[in-house]
Design a protein around this ligand. Structure first.
Ligand code: FNR
Length: 351
């Protein structure tokens, strides 16, 4: 993990309310998947190229037609206002200033329109399919109208994973921040908040439906198998995200780092493949990009940054990661992620 991230994590731990810290850090079940996420990127070794001119290294990339200064993307996460007063408005400003894309959660604590107004860079909207499908569709329409560039449909959450660490812990979220984007559409009493729970009967047809509703590409998040990724692409997905939801859904799910190559092989370049879970340095990202990912999402480090230093710290984290990636790319003999040849990343030889 980069030193800046360790520093921000330590600071976040001291400034956040203890129950919020635990909510951010927690994983589901016995936290096996959570515990393996970071280490899994270290199961790979690099075979650098030499005698190549790496005096200029460029990590700029483009995703679904959007030009980005680096392949680091802010992962969708709930309730940023628990970390900083401006919530997601600070996140999109901080990420935009680093030339990065932000994915804004359905469970954001600031209205989408405010987030859009604060954004200094591109943003996508993360959707859950809720029991009241009209609610999801209304949100997708709103996101599209507000300027979202894509919809990220999270599919690993038919039910919210049980997090024993925070079981029974109450986090007080002010009413005007709790599901703020849903509240407008919920007719409390008539429909009730259970309408905003995830719909466990979701099937692939939802991908095309949401694409039609929003007129935006739909990227499917939470895939760990090549065959499943292919099903998503066949259903119309414009991209897939290899993810264990930060170890917060199915415990003992394969770490993303180990699931990535199978998905990349199955998708075979038809759509971009993104990955997240435990990415904490340029070298972690280099492994992911070398295995064929087009971009990497970063979760908790962004929350640590928000808590420790608001938007400016988010910019610093993303710039530090991009700088580290440039550095290790040069050491690996590549001038850009696309310049990495397929033989660069290999499984660590077992003794
Ligand atoms: C998440 N994640 C998540 N994912 C999603 O699709 N919608 C959401 O609302 C949330 N909320 C959320 C809250 C918190 C506190 C965390 C830590 C995570 C999962 C997130 O998008 C991402 O997949 C992981 O966080 C990536 O792993 P790292 O970088 O946190 O290890």
């Amino acid at each position: 993990m980069l030193a800046l991230l360790t520093e921000l994590r330590d600071r976040a731990r001291t400034v956040l309310r203890p129950e919020v810290w635990e909510y951010y850090e927690a994983g589901s079940g016995d936290e096996v998947t959570l515990g393996e996420a970071e280490a899994a990127w270290r199961d790979f070794r690099l075979r650098p190229r030499v005698l190549r001119d790496v005096s200029g290294v460029d990590v700029a990339t483009s995703l679904l037609g959007t030009r980005l200064r680096s392949p680091f993307v802010v992962a969708p996460m709930a309730f940023h206002a628990l970390a900083t007063p401006d919530g997601e408005c600070a996140t999109v400003r901080g990420a935009g200033d680093a030339g990065c894309l932000t994915v804004v959660s359905t469970r954001a604590s600031r209205p989408l329109e405010d987030v859009a107004a604060a954004a200094s860079g591109p943003w996508w909207f993360q959707a859950y399919l809720m029991r009241d499908r009209g609610l999801t569709e209304a949100l997708v329409r709103r996101a599209a109208a507000a300027g979202a560039g894509a919809v990220v449909l999270t599919v690993d959450t038919p039910h919210v994973g049980r997090k024993q660490r925070v079981a029974g812990v109450r986090i007080d979220v002010p009413d005007d921040e709790y599901l703020v984007n849903l509240a407008r559409h919920l007719v409390l009493g008539a429909v009730g908040r259970e309408s905003a729970e995830q719909d466990p009967s979701m099937t692939p047809d939802v991908v095309a439906r949401l694409a039609e509703v929003g007129g935006l590409p739909v990227v499917v998040k939470g895939v760990l198998r090549g065959d499943e990724a292919l099903r998503c692409v066949e259903a119309g997905a414009a991209g897939v995200v290899v993810s264990t939801h930060g170890g917060r859904q199915l415990d003992r799910a394969l770490p993303s780092a180990h699931a990535l190559a199978d998905v990349v092989a199955a998708v075979a370049g038809r759509v971009p493949v993104l990955v997240d879970g435990g990415i904490r340095s340029g070298t972690d990202a280099l492994v992911a990009l070398g295995l064929g990912a087009d971009a990497v999402l970063v979760g908790r480090p962004v929350l640590w940054a928000l808590a420790a230093g608001g938007a400016a710290a988010v910019t610093s984290v993303l710039e530090e990661l991009a700088g580290d990636l440039r550095h290790v790319l040069a050491l690996a003999g590549a001038t850009s992620p696309a310049d990495l040849d397929p033989g660069t990343v290999v499984a660590r030889p077992r003794p």
